[in-house]
Design a protein around this ligand. Sequence first.
Ligand code: NAD
Ligand code: DAU
Length: 348
Amino acid sequence: MNILVTGGAGFIGSHLVRLLVNKYPAYQIVTFDALTYAGNLANLKDVMAAENHHFVKGDITSEQEVKAAFENYQITDVIHLAAESHVDRSIEGPMEFVHTNVVGTVNLMNQARAYWKSGEGHVFYHVSTDEVFGSLGSEGFFTEVTPYDPRSPYSASKAASDHFVSAYYHTYGFPVKRSNCSNNYGSNHHPEKLIPLMINNILNKKPLPVYGEGINVRDWLWVEDHARAIDLIFHKGAIGCNYNIGGWNEWRNIDLVHELCKIMDEELGRKEGESAKLITCVKDRAGHDLRYAIDATKLFDELGWKPDITFEEGLRSTVKWYLENQDWVKEVTSGAYQEYYNNMYNQR
Ligand code: NAD
Ligand code: DAU
């Protein structure tokens, strides 16, 4: 197989590329990534030189660049992760999300259809999010048949791309698979997102900006467990399938931030309770979804997947990774990120 992994230099993509490169030496893995602010070749440094790994700097919205990648590497399969991924940025500027997430996905499928001629023997795997299902109250779970109800420009763009993927399956018999996953955490997670942002601010004794009262709930999954699930569905799922992926691991934001403060106090040798003094409730996110929770029973029953790592282990290991990789943090938080951070947080 010659697999094109779009967004392979991003957070989840880089963990997936590492898994595929190491587990399948007979496959050629082609990372296709535009290296936006969110993409970073340092995320792939241990596999960049592997014989079965290739990197292409390219934009999924470009017909020529995607076509050339299919031809140059005789691509047999696609795992599509490239996207604009941050909800707060989508609220500030929705158009880029429409362009990358919707137009980019349709362009990729068009190029794949043209190159593959028939769908026979190929897979186009679309990596999506649980945010397409909207917001839960205090009870219930998202399942594979929960109706779509996206509420942020980000989730609307992901829902639109999911609908196009499904439409290509029904209309053209295009060989798709799809999964919708809950919040990931782990190493190489961009510090615009909750967990790494809080770790960074705790370390630097900066205020910890909790939106609203911190009562919103997210269902956290270790990123390598997500990568394992994608590998499994890619190989074992039926064409046309969709699976929800989640860790049965719900946390209110405020409780999670307290937990991070506790771990950081221990790791940094600070007095218990010292970091929690930095917690600051700030203006809420517009249209902030209250709760996400995934029911991953179908994936467990049909393909035998379950998370490997407990949240306790995963969170501690994540904190340690950030403390030991301050060069990476400094690189991704320098330059334009400072301006983003000031605009985003000074106005709250
Ligand atoms: P990320 O922002 O860390 O990485 C996105 C990657 O896509 C970056 O490397 C970026 O350079 C690349 N990219 C962006 N625009 C591109 C373009 N036009 N052409 C080529 N490459 C481009 O995102 P992530 O958190 O790793 O998420 C990956 C995918 O998984 C996304 O589709 C996202 O919607 C989905 N997802 C994320 C989560 C999560 O918790 N992070 C959960 C469920 C689903
Ligand atoms: O559910 C899957 C989704 O999870 C993915 O599709 C998205 O790509 C990914 O970014 C993530 O979206 P969230 O909006 O849930 O993640 P984020 O880390 O931005 O925020 C998590 C929660 O923390 C959310 O309720 C908002 C809150 N928050 C976030 C930030 C950045 C804060 O309270 N303060 C902050 O500074």
